[in-house]
Write a protein that binds this ligand. Sequence first.
Ligand code: CP
Ligand code: NVA
Length: 298
Amino acid sequence: MKHLLSIEKLSGADMRQILSAGAVLKRERGQHSSQPLAGQTWALIFSKSSTRTRVSFEVGVSELGGRPMFLSAADIQLGRGEPIRDTARVMGRMLHGAVFRTFAQSDVEEFARFSGIPTINALTDEEHPCQILADVLTIEERLGGIAGKVVTFVGDGACNVANSWIFAAAKLDLEVRIAAPRAFQPDAALLKRAGGKVIITEDLTAAAAGADVLYTDVWVSMGKEAESEDRIRALGGYQINQSLVKLAKPGALVMHCLPAYRGKEIDEATFEANADTIFSEAENRLHVQKAVLEWVGG
Ligand code: CP
Ligand code: NVA
């Protein structure tokens, strides 16, 4: 039984396999000869909002021949306090796989353990593995490879997307730089677990110098809304803008997992100048997640 629960637990070889399959699925979209999920129903259980992840998984499951079943956590008994392990045991007896977006990483892991069906992490507070796989595919398409590249993450360096980048560093042999104020830097235990070439700094200018990719995410992640004002104050300045881009390598990519808040983590001009990369990154969620679906359950 395979699951995709985190970048931390995914081997470099499995990442490579998923990325290659995603590139083929992208090229051959609309001409797939096999429907590996034919006759299957996959649950999409979401405890948080989503546009890209929900749409890409609904389309992806359908294109592979399966039936997606979207379940807002608020509408099922999970939202009224039914334990994860009971929800998982019910779903495991009726469904063929599950895609789960929630808060605690341990909840996705518990679901996988008790359901006995392939389970995919569609974002937790700790990781966003599908996002990083799509990002890497985008970088490989545009820069010809990922090994040896420098990816500079700007903003909330302790968020799920930053964490998944940190875990990707050692597995794909790239350098990840996190530019964030001290209170928004990843914790030491996570860095130790990850290993790899990871630089943490408050110095945004130094972090951007010579980077191949400048990457950002929202300052206020889902679930952190009560901290909005403090975060916007503390993270002010940790923005990707035209002057920061000038410090990066000529032709550097500017990437954003979306949704974007213009004037906060990125300015309008920089966002629009890089819209083609950013929306290809969003599109690649579909292709790479189809590869993930095949890898875990096809
Ligand atoms: N990037 C991403 O996961 O977007 P959604 O929250 O819209 O799914
Ligand atoms: N860090 C963001 C990612 C959104 C896709 C969040 O968790 O809200």
